[in-house]
Design a protein. Sequence first.
Length: 355
Amino acid sequence: MNLKLKNIIYVTIIGILVFSTLFLVQNNFESLNLSKILENGGFSGNDEKLPKYIFEDSIEVYLSPNELEKVSNVSKSLNGNTIEDSIWNIVLWEEDNIEYNHEKAELPSPEVTYWVGGRTEVSDSYNNTIQSPAETLELKSGICGDYALLTSAMLLEMDYSPIYILTFESTGNPGHAAAAVDINGDYYIIDQRPPIMDLYNYLDYKKDVENYNIDNITFYKIELVNDSVFYDKDFESVESYSAVSNKYSDIAGFSRYLMTYFENNYEIKSDYNIQYLDSMEYLPKAYEKGITIQYFFEFGGYTPIFEKQYAKWAFDYIKNDENESRYTISEYSSIWIRSSYDGEKLKLIINLAKK
């Protein structure tokens, strides 16, 4: 029997897809000091709403039914079959359609003064205001608070309630805000770009990757009741926590979803016979050529409930990357994918062969 020596090509790509380089920079320039603005929201005796300057007022005004109607078309287009699908659709859409406004982030924070007689005075020489969701859609840009309000508006318009906005305080750093949802008792953070992480792994990511050590979190639980928006406010100090970055030696569900995406987009079939092609010295009988490709995606906290969304996300990345690589998937008729997660990186081994 004439055995053909298989051709193995290893393509190693470190894809830090959690947030782009620009996002890693943005928090250094976030000049909308949420902690200072929120402090002003505690004055009682003055019923004037200032949604452009007071974050809590923006929740009440910008997430009202009238404002939600203004984002209805986009919300309907992104509404998935499950909340997991919906929030993933939202964060992918925001990544592609809303740009982080670094110029706005560098502006001085506005100042709101409440006088004893009931007069309110706003000092804002740079027009540095909190945007309504509709404004963010129109401008196609914003900073963290604008993203959080837009995400929350779309979720509420999709009839997901309650939803959450979390604001973060970090000593020596500007404030930050992000939308979140509660799925099975765990908070998942939706912060401008994929992937979506649970709260504790998000805190670890901010600390380890962005050097943004979060000290305190304010939780705004927001819900619509009888066409009115209500929120409850809770405060937590982040003194100690344990992020559970589980390790998975084999993620069968993710691999199956990913192979299905390949089967639906290429003339290729899953083939168990090449499962371990990467460790074989020779091609199996009846195959004329083979190739092994490896990808590494670095992010904190792989979450099995999002394995379908992770798979689509990875597939889109690999498909786009194919144009710049030395392999052509359409040249092969068989595929098998193995995947694992070591607590920091998602590893994909993609075996391709042709009979």
